[in-house]
Design a protein around this ligand. Structure first.
Ligand code: PXP
Length: 248
């Protein structure tokens, strides 16, 4: 069964809007786990716009499911990852002015530096994931760099669903799903684990959850958005049910 890892960054976004103590991401993680989350993900950004280092260490102390730490490949983040020792390190590109992670990591264009970065993490027994586009050259490069996991960027699929009136049967949506599916098969052929995520919602997730071979889906914004109206527990439980129903 495809697992669901819940990204709770935007609970911290709301807290930081007032620079106060609520809503607390630790409570959000607890509620997500009661709702069925198989893992919890947070992104520590260079500008600390949402999650703070203290959130990372508090989550590490308190949750009983795997904790995934998303970060950019910088010396500061390397040090933080080694200190926190999460269950998985997820490397993403990071732009100061972007609203969210925009594209996949250019592994191909940064092989030497990323290889060294990954080696330093795997030497600490930390599994490392590359967030990449559904592109065969990037997948090959991720394998050459020593990444254990590839997370395939599902943003273009999600965009296609939005642009085509939420139809999962539109030819453009089917084409984007096929690109993800081909990438998943490629990652598995090379012996890496394959995850997927970005832009997935309660409406579009079934098209990706039905692809065989994906270990985990990483979903944040849509789950947190829906939790405002129905609560985190219910929002996660609904997402989990949809994934289970669509699973191959
Ligand atoms: N995977 C990665 C690598 C991400 O950067 C994000 C966003 O932080 C997600 C998954 C979750 O995307 P979304 O918030 O659109 O569900």
């Amino acid at each position: 069964m495809t697992k669901l890892c819940v990204n709770i960054d935007h609970v911290a976004t709301l807290r930081q809007a007032r620079m106060t103590i609520e809503p607390d991401p630790i409570i959000a993680a607890d509620e997500a786990i009661i709702g069925g989350a198989d893992g919890i993900t947070l992104h520590i950004r260079e500008d600390r716009r949402h999650m703070q280092d203290s959130d990372l260490f508090r989550l590490k102390e308190s949750i009983q499911v795997p904790l995934n730490l998303e970060l950019a490949a910088t010396p500061e983040m390397l040090e933080l990852a080694i200190k926190a020792s999460p269950d998985m390190v997820m490397i993403v590109p990071e732009g100061r002015n972007e609203i969210t992670t925009e594209g996949g990591l250019d592994v191909l264009g940064d092989v030497d530096r990323l290889h060294e970065f990954v080696q330093k993490l795997t030497a600490q027994q930390l599994p490392v994931s590359a967030f990449i586009d559904a592109d065969s050259n990037q997948i090959e490069a991720a394998n050459n760099c020593g990444f254990n996991v590839c997370e395939i960027h599902t943003g273009p699929y999600a965009e296609a669903v939005l642009e085509n009136n939420f139809s999962l049967d539109h030819p453009n949506v089917i084409a984007e799903r096929e690109r993800v599916s081909t990438a998943v098969a490629h990652v598995l052929r090379l012996g890496m684990t394959c995850n997927a995520g970005h832009g997935l919602t309660h409406v579009n997730v079934s098209g990706i959850a039905s692809i065989p071979g994906i270990s985990e889906l990483h979903i944040g914004h849509s789950i947190v958005s829906k939790s405002i109206f129905i609560g985190m527990r219910q929002s996660v439980a609904q997402m989990k049910r949809t994934i289970e129903e669509a699973s191959p």
